[in-house]
Design a protein around this ligand. Structure first.
Ligand code: UDP
Ligand code: MG
Length: 318
Protein backbone atom coordinates (compact mmCIF):
# COMPACT_ATOMS: atom_id res chain seq x y z
CA UNK A 1 0.00 0.00 0.00
CA UNK A 2 1.28 3.40 -0.99
CA UNK A 3 0.47 6.78 0.59
CA UNK A 4 0.94 10.00 -1.41
CA UNK A 5 1.38 13.18 0.57
CA UNK A 6 0.74 16.34 -1.43
CA UNK A 7 2.46 19.39 0.03
CA UNK A 8 1.71 22.81 -1.53
CA UNK A 9 4.58 25.20 -0.79
CA UNK A 10 4.74 28.92 -1.33
CA UNK A 11 7.81 30.59 0.21
CA UNK A 12 8.19 27.90 2.86
CA UNK A 13 12.01 27.81 3.20
CA UNK A 14 11.75 28.02 7.00
CA UNK A 15 9.17 25.24 7.45
CA UNK A 16 10.49 22.61 5.05
CA UNK A 17 13.32 21.13 7.15
CA UNK A 18 11.24 20.50 10.30
CA UNK A 19 8.43 19.13 8.12
CA UNK A 20 10.72 16.73 6.23
CA UNK A 21 12.26 15.47 9.49
CA UNK A 22 8.77 14.81 10.86
CA UNK A 23 7.69 13.09 7.64
CA UNK A 24 10.72 10.79 7.80
CA UNK A 25 9.96 9.98 11.44
CA UNK A 26 6.29 9.18 10.77
CA UNK A 27 7.11 7.13 7.64
CA UNK A 28 9.54 5.05 9.70
CA UNK A 29 6.80 4.45 12.24
CA UNK A 30 4.52 3.30 9.40
CA UNK A 31 7.13 1.08 7.80
CA UNK A 32 4.57 -1.28 6.25
CA UNK A 33 3.51 1.52 3.88
CA UNK A 34 5.35 2.93 0.90
CA UNK A 35 5.42 6.75 0.78
CA UNK A 36 5.54 9.40 -1.93
CA UNK A 37 5.99 13.06 -0.95
CA UNK A 38 4.81 15.34 -3.74
CA UNK A 39 6.06 18.86 -3.06
CA UNK A 40 4.32 21.44 -5.23
CA UNK A 41 6.40 24.60 -5.41
CA UNK A 42 3.79 27.24 -6.18
CA UNK A 43 6.14 29.80 -7.73
CA UNK A 44 8.12 30.47 -4.54
CA UNK A 45 10.55 33.36 -4.58
CA UNK A 46 12.75 32.07 -1.74
CA UNK A 47 14.90 28.90 -1.45
CA UNK A 48 11.88 26.54 -1.28
CA UNK A 49 12.66 24.78 -4.58
CA UNK A 50 16.37 24.30 -3.92
CA UNK A 51 15.63 22.86 -0.45
CA UNK A 52 13.16 20.37 -1.98
CA UNK A 53 15.70 19.46 -4.69
CA UNK A 54 18.22 18.71 -1.93
CA UNK A 55 15.72 16.36 -0.27
CA UNK A 56 15.15 14.65 -3.64
CA UNK A 57 18.89 14.04 -4.14
CA UNK A 58 19.02 11.43 -1.37
CA UNK A 59 15.42 10.30 -1.15
CA UNK A 60 13.57 8.86 -4.11
CA UNK A 61 10.26 9.23 -2.31
CA UNK A 62 10.58 12.99 -2.84
CA UNK A 63 8.93 14.26 -6.01
CA UNK A 64 8.63 17.92 -6.89
CA UNK A 65 6.57 19.89 -9.35
CA UNK A 66 7.56 23.52 -9.61
CA UNK A 67 5.16 26.03 -11.18
CA UNK A 68 6.24 28.82 -13.52
CA UNK A 69 4.59 31.37 -11.17
CA UNK A 70 2.27 31.51 -8.17
CA UNK A 71 -1.01 29.88 -9.24
CA UNK A 72 -2.48 29.60 -5.73
CA UNK A 73 -2.98 26.77 -3.24
CA UNK A 74 -6.03 25.39 -5.06
CA UNK A 75 -4.04 24.92 -8.29
CA UNK A 76 -1.18 23.38 -6.28
CA UNK A 77 -3.53 20.87 -4.63
CA UNK A 78 -5.08 20.01 -8.00
CA UNK A 79 -1.63 19.40 -9.51
CA UNK A 80 -0.88 17.13 -6.55
CA UNK A 81 -4.05 15.10 -6.98
CA UNK A 82 -3.51 14.79 -10.75
CA UNK A 83 0.01 13.44 -10.11
CA UNK A 84 -0.50 11.28 -7.05
CA UNK A 85 -0.10 7.55 -7.56
CA UNK A 86 -0.80 6.24 -4.06
CA UNK A 87 -3.61 3.97 -2.90
CA UNK A 88 -4.27 6.75 -0.39
CA UNK A 89 -3.55 10.46 -0.80
CA UNK A 90 -3.62 13.48 1.48
CA UNK A 91 -2.92 17.18 1.13
CA UNK A 92 -0.78 18.54 3.92
CA UNK A 93 0.31 22.13 4.57
CA UNK A 94 4.04 22.74 4.62
CA UNK A 95 3.90 24.65 7.91
CA UNK A 96 2.98 21.55 10.00
CA UNK A 97 -0.44 22.97 10.87
CA UNK A 98 -1.65 19.62 9.51
CA UNK A 99 0.26 17.39 11.93
CA UNK A 100 1.89 14.41 10.13
CA UNK A 101 1.73 12.59 13.48
CA UNK A 102 -2.02 12.07 12.88
CA UNK A 103 -1.33 9.83 9.87
CA UNK A 104 -1.02 6.48 11.75
CA UNK A 105 -4.39 7.08 13.40
CA UNK A 106 -5.95 8.13 10.07
CA UNK A 107 -4.76 5.03 8.24
CA UNK A 108 -5.91 2.81 11.09
CA UNK A 109 -9.46 4.18 10.74
CA UNK A 110 -9.38 3.68 6.96
CA UNK A 111 -8.19 0.12 7.39
CA UNK A 112 -11.42 -0.78 9.21
CA UNK A 113 -13.06 -0.51 5.78
CA UNK A 114 -15.96 1.55 7.14
CA UNK A 115 -14.80 4.85 5.64
CA UNK A 116 -13.46 6.18 2.34
CA UNK A 117 -11.64 9.11 3.88
CA UNK A 118 -10.49 10.43 7.21
CA UNK A 119 -10.68 14.22 7.40
CA UNK A 120 -9.32 16.48 10.10
CA UNK A 121 -11.09 19.37 11.76
CA UNK A 122 -9.76 21.89 14.22
CA UNK A 123 -11.75 21.98 17.41
CA UNK A 124 -9.94 25.02 18.72
CA UNK A 125 -8.70 28.09 16.91
CA UNK A 126 -6.06 28.99 19.49
CA UNK A 127 -3.53 31.45 18.14
CA UNK A 128 -5.89 32.77 15.46
CA UNK A 129 -7.11 36.40 15.52
CA UNK A 130 -10.72 36.41 16.94
CA UNK A 131 -12.04 38.42 13.98
CA UNK A 132 -10.77 35.71 11.60
CA UNK A 133 -12.44 32.95 13.67
CA UNK A 134 -15.70 34.94 13.74
CA UNK A 135 -15.80 35.34 9.96
CA UNK A 136 -14.74 31.73 9.43
CA UNK A 137 -17.65 30.47 11.56
CA UNK A 138 -20.05 32.82 9.80
CA UNK A 139 -18.79 31.59 6.43
CA UNK A 140 -19.47 27.93 7.30
CA UNK A 141 -23.02 28.83 8.35
CA UNK A 142 -23.73 30.79 5.14
CA UNK A 143 -22.09 28.13 2.96
CA UNK A 144 -24.24 25.35 4.41
CA UNK A 145 -27.37 27.44 3.98
CA UNK A 146 -26.63 28.60 0.42
CA UNK A 147 -25.46 25.25 -0.94
CA UNK A 148 -26.54 21.69 -0.42
CA UNK A 149 -22.93 20.64 0.15
CA UNK A 150 -22.03 19.58 3.65
CA UNK A 151 -18.86 21.10 5.07
CA UNK A 152 -17.93 20.90 8.70
CA UNK A 153 -16.88 23.93 10.72
CA UNK A 154 -13.11 23.95 11.21
CA UNK A 155 -12.57 21.40 8.40
CA UNK A 156 -9.01 21.35 7.05
CA UNK A 157 -7.93 20.32 3.57
CA UNK A 158 -5.84 17.64 5.33
CA UNK A 159 -7.65 14.35 4.75
CA UNK A 160 -6.49 10.91 3.77
CA UNK A 161 -8.55 9.59 0.87
CA UNK A 162 -8.90 6.38 -1.06
CA UNK A 163 -7.93 6.24 -4.74
CA UNK A 164 -11.58 6.34 -5.88
CA UNK A 165 -12.06 9.67 -4.13
CA UNK A 166 -8.89 11.15 -5.59
CA UNK A 167 -10.00 10.06 -9.08
CA UNK A 168 -13.33 11.81 -8.53
CA UNK A 169 -11.52 15.02 -7.48
CA UNK A 170 -9.31 14.89 -10.58
CA UNK A 171 -12.47 14.60 -12.70
CA UNK A 172 -13.74 17.90 -11.27
CA UNK A 173 -11.73 20.17 -13.53
CA UNK A 174 -13.44 23.51 -12.80
CA UNK A 175 -11.18 26.56 -12.58
CA UNK A 176 -12.99 28.33 -9.74
CA UNK A 177 -11.88 25.63 -7.30
CA UNK A 178 -12.92 25.39 -3.69
CA UNK A 179 -11.58 22.09 -2.43
CA UNK A 180 -13.51 21.90 0.84
CA UNK A 181 -16.70 22.14 -1.23
CA UNK A 182 -15.40 19.64 -3.81
CA UNK A 183 -14.60 17.09 -1.07
CA UNK A 184 -18.14 17.45 0.24
CA UNK A 185 -19.77 17.44 -3.20
CA UNK A 186 -18.24 14.16 -4.39
CA UNK A 187 -19.75 12.32 -1.43
CA UNK A 188 -18.14 9.12 0.00
CA UNK A 189 -18.05 8.22 3.66
CA UNK A 190 -15.88 10.48 5.79
CA UNK A 191 -14.69 10.09 9.36
CA UNK A 192 -14.02 13.42 11.10
CA UNK A 193 -10.95 13.42 13.28
CA UNK A 194 -10.81 16.38 15.70
CA UNK A 195 -7.53 17.97 16.72
CA UNK A 196 -6.39 21.09 18.54
CA UNK A 197 -5.09 23.95 16.41
CA UNK A 198 -1.33 23.96 15.94
CA UNK A 199 0.46 27.19 15.15
CA UNK A 200 2.66 27.52 12.08
CA UNK A 201 6.15 26.08 12.71
CA UNK A 202 7.88 29.04 11.02
CA UNK A 203 7.25 31.85 8.55
CA UNK A 204 3.96 33.65 8.02
CA UNK A 205 0.48 32.87 6.75
CA UNK A 206 0.05 33.65 3.03
CA UNK A 207 -3.62 34.52 3.49
CA UNK A 208 -4.54 38.08 4.31
CA UNK A 209 -8.02 38.78 5.65
CA UNK A 210 -9.21 40.11 2.24
CA UNK A 211 -7.72 37.21 0.32
CA UNK A 212 -9.65 34.84 2.62
CA UNK A 213 -12.81 36.92 2.31
CA UNK A 214 -12.63 36.80 -1.50
CA UNK A 215 -11.84 33.08 -1.40
CA UNK A 216 -14.93 32.43 0.73
CA UNK A 217 -17.19 34.39 -1.65
CA UNK A 218 -15.69 32.47 -4.60
CA UNK A 219 -16.32 29.25 -2.64
CA UNK A 220 -20.00 30.05 -2.21
CA UNK A 221 -20.49 31.04 -5.85
CA UNK A 222 -18.69 27.85 -6.97
CA UNK A 223 -21.39 25.76 -5.32
CA UNK A 224 -24.50 27.88 -5.38
CA UNK A 225 -26.33 30.18 -7.74
CA UNK A 226 -28.62 31.39 -4.94
CA UNK A 227 -27.06 34.87 -5.12
CA UNK A 228 -28.55 35.21 -8.61
CA UNK A 229 -31.97 35.20 -6.98
CA UNK A 230 -31.13 38.18 -4.75
CA UNK A 231 -32.27 40.66 -7.50
CA UNK A 232 -35.84 39.28 -7.12
CA UNK A 233 -35.65 40.20 -3.45
CA UNK A 234 -34.28 43.66 -4.30
CA UNK A 235 -37.12 44.06 -6.81
CA UNK A 236 -39.67 43.32 -4.08
CA UNK A 237 -38.00 45.76 -1.67
CA UNK A 238 -37.87 48.52 -4.32
CA UNK A 239 -41.56 47.99 -5.04
CA UNK A 240 -42.37 48.29 -1.31
CA UNK A 241 -40.16 51.37 -0.94
CA UNK A 242 -41.98 52.98 -3.88
CA UNK A 243 -45.45 52.61 -2.35
CA UNK A 244 -45.22 55.52 0.12
CA UNK A 245 -43.94 58.19 -2.34
CA UNK A 246 -46.31 56.94 -5.02
CA UNK A 247 -49.30 57.14 -2.69
CA UNK A 248 -48.31 60.65 -1.63
CA UNK A 249 -47.98 61.76 -5.25
CA UNK A 250 -51.39 60.33 -6.15
CA UNK A 251 -52.96 61.89 -3.07
CA UNK A 252 -51.46 65.34 -3.68
CA UNK A 253 -52.32 65.24 -7.42
CA UNK A 254 -55.96 64.42 -6.64
CA UNK A 255 -56.18 67.05 -3.93
CA UNK A 256 -54.20 69.93 -5.42
CA UNK A 257 -53.65 68.95 -9.04
CA UNK A 258 -50.46 67.37 -10.33
CA UNK A 259 -47.29 68.73 -8.64
CA UNK A 260 -49.27 71.35 -6.81
CA UNK A 261 -48.96 69.69 -3.41
CA UNK A 262 -45.87 70.11 -1.29
CA UNK A 263 -43.26 69.99 -4.02
CA UNK A 264 -40.38 69.83 -1.52
CA UNK A 265 -41.77 66.63 0.03
CA UNK A 266 -42.72 65.23 -3.37
CA UNK A 267 -39.28 65.75 -4.87
CA UNK A 268 -37.40 64.40 -1.84
CA UNK A 269 -39.61 61.30 -1.89
CA UNK A 270 -38.90 60.90 -5.58
CA UNK A 271 -35.18 61.26 -4.98
CA UNK A 272 -35.33 58.73 -2.15
CA UNK A 273 -37.11 56.19 -4.36
CA UNK A 274 -34.69 56.79 -7.19
CA UNK A 275 -31.68 56.23 -4.93
CA UNK A 276 -33.08 52.99 -3.47
CA UNK A 277 -34.03 51.59 -6.84
CA UNK A 278 -30.71 52.48 -8.46
CA UNK A 279 -28.73 51.05 -5.50
CA UNK A 280 -30.55 47.74 -5.84
CA UNK A 281 -30.16 47.80 -9.61
CA UNK A 282 -26.39 48.29 -9.41
CA UNK A 283 -26.02 45.66 -6.67
CA UNK A 284 -27.92 43.22 -8.85
CA UNK A 285 -25.70 44.09 -11.80
CA UNK A 286 -22.65 43.40 -9.60
CA UNK A 287 -23.96 39.95 -8.61
CA UNK A 288 -24.75 39.13 -12.22
CA UNK A 289 -21.33 40.44 -13.28
CA UNK A 290 -19.47 38.23 -10.83
CA UNK A 291 -21.20 35.11 -12.20
CA UNK A 292 -20.57 36.24 -15.78
CA UNK A 293 -16.86 36.74 -15.00
CA UNK A 294 -16.67 33.25 -13.47
CA UNK A 295 -18.36 31.77 -16.54
CA UNK A 296 -15.91 33.74 -18.74
CA UNK A 297 -12.95 32.24 -16.86
CA UNK A 298 -14.33 28.71 -17.16
CA UNK A 299 -15.04 29.12 -20.89
CA UNK A 300 -11.49 30.32 -21.61
CA UNK A 301 -10.37 27.01 -20.14
CA UNK A 302 -6.78 28.08 -19.56
CA UNK A 303 -4.41 25.61 -17.88
CA UNK A 304 -4.80 25.33 -14.10
CA UNK A 305 -1.01 25.49 -13.70
CA UNK A 306 2.16 25.53 -15.78
CA UNK A 307 5.02 23.24 -14.81
CA UNK A 308 8.48 24.80 -15.06
CA UNK A 309 10.56 22.04 -13.40
CA UNK A 310 9.90 18.55 -12.11
CA UNK A 311 11.64 15.26 -11.29
CA UNK A 312 8.49 13.28 -12.07
CA UNK A 313 8.35 11.21 -15.24
CA UNK A 314 5.18 11.78 -17.30
CA UNK A 315 4.01 14.66 -15.14
CA UNK A 316 0.29 15.29 -15.65
CA UNK A 317 -0.42 18.81 -16.86
CA UNK A 318 -3.97 20.17 -16.53
N1 UDP B 1 0.22 28.00 -0.30
C1 UDP B 1 0.42 27.79 -1.66
N2 UDP B 1 0.15 28.80 -2.52
C2 UDP B 1 -0.32 30.02 -2.11
C3 UDP B 1 -0.54 30.21 -0.73
C4 UDP B 1 -0.26 29.18 0.15
O1 UDP B 1 0.82 26.70 -2.07
O2 UDP B 1 -0.52 30.89 -2.96
C5 UDP B 1 0.52 26.91 0.64
C6 UDP B 1 1.42 27.29 1.82
O3 UDP B 1 2.79 27.18 1.47
C7 UDP B 1 1.01 26.29 2.89
C8 UDP B 1 -0.48 26.10 2.61
O4 UDP B 1 -0.70 26.53 1.26
O5 UDP B 1 1.67 25.05 2.74
C9 UDP B 1 -1.35 26.89 3.56
O6 UDP B 1 -0.97 28.25 3.54
P1 UDP B 1 -0.87 29.12 4.88
O7 UDP B 1 -0.23 28.34 5.96
O8 UDP B 1 -0.24 30.42 4.52
O9 UDP B 1 -2.43 29.34 5.19
P2 UDP B 1 -3.16 29.35 6.62
O10 UDP B 1 -2.74 28.08 7.32
O11 UDP B 1 -2.68 30.56 7.31
O12 UDP B 1 -4.60 29.38 6.28
MG1 MG C 1 -0.87 27.46 7.69
Amino acid sequence: MKISLIIPCYNEELSLNPLYEELKRVSKEMSSYEFEYIFIDDGSKDKTLSIIKDFALNDERVKYISFSKNFGKEAAMYAGFCNSTGDYSAVMDADMQDPPSLLPQMIEILQTGDYDSVATRRVSRKGEPPIRSFFANMFYRIFRRATNVSIVSGARDFRLMKREMVDAIVQMCEHNRFSKGIFGWIGFKTYWLPFKNVERVAGQSKWSFWKLFKYSLDGISAFSDSALKIPYFFGGLSACASIAPLSYLIYSSVKYGFWLGNTAIASSLLLFTLLIVSTFAFLSLGILGSYVSKTYNEVKNRPHYIVAQTNKKDVVKK
